[in-house]
Design a protein around this ligand. Structure first.
Ligand SMILES: [Zn+2]
Length: 235
């Protein structure tokens, strides 16, 4: 087997180093995303619990208000009944009687309203309690995930630092002109500055390699894709 063209071994090492580094970055991103998703669920559940609690408070206040109105109506009814007990004449008695009848009808409505308001308040309180429990569970789950992610992220950070050092070392061995072209290709969308010859076409732009590519590779030259400029590795 022919020796690799000068600089290509170093380029391949650099490409390999970049692949390893990208894998660590991807793992790190996935881990962070897992942690962030749990935190977001907890925050959403917390916001829903706060809303449910506010609605329950509102329903509770409406219920208290309806009960107070009913109480006032009942107290008014008692007052009218006491007046009727000491009514001075038939006329006053009849007047009080019709006021009492009207009051009784009003009180029946107030009682119905108070009952409905109480039921609403109870339902809203139950919902709020459920939401609070959900929020607690989501918050605990988020804390668990964060605690689980922390050592992994620290480990990945250390790995990334090691990969960065490896990359610097690999880049330092690549001849300057080649390195400049490599970095330029790497910075473009899609990255992957080195593609294998093996499949017969460029992995990056899918252009077929002509017969001259094989010849040049066989002659130990550094070959680049005629279409996108990626380096072609003789593998
Ligand atoms: Zn190409």
């Amino acid at each position: 087997m022919k020796p690799l063209p000068p600089g290509l071994r170093e380029l391949l090492d650099l490409a390999e180093s970049d692949r390893a580094r990208d894998a660590v970055v991807a793992l790190s991103r996935a881990e962070s995303a897992r942690r962030d998703a749990a935190a977001k669920s907890a925050s959403t559940a917390g916001a829903m619990a706060a809303q449910a609690s506010a609605r329950a408070g509102e329903a509770q206040r409406a219920s208290t208000e309806a009960s107070a109105k009913l109480e006032a109506g009942e107290s008014e009814l008692r007052r009218l009944s006491q007046q009727m007990d000491v009514a001075a004449g038939m006329k006053e008695f009849e007047g009080l009687k019709s006021r009492i009848e009207a009051r009784v009808a009003q009180n029946a409505q107030l009682e119905e309203a108070a009952l409905v308001a109480m039921e609403r308040a109870e339902a809203a309180t139950t919902v709020a309690a459920g939401c609070a429990a959900d929020a607690d569970a989501a918050s605990r789950a988020a804390a668990d995930v964060a605690a689980d992610c922390a050592p992994r992220l620290a480990e990945l950070e250390a790995k990334l630092a090691a990969e960065d050092a490896r990359r610097r070392e690999a880049a330092g061995r690549v001849p300057e002109g080649l390195l400049r072209d490599y970095e330029h290709l790497a910075s473009k969308a899609g990255g992957r500055p080195v593609v294998p010859y093996g499949s017969g076409s460029c992995d990056g732009c899918f252009t077929s390699f002509g017969p001259q590519v094989k010849t040049k590779l066989a002659e130990g030259e550094i070959v680049r894709c005629g279409s996108c400029g990626r380096f072609v590795a003789p593998v």
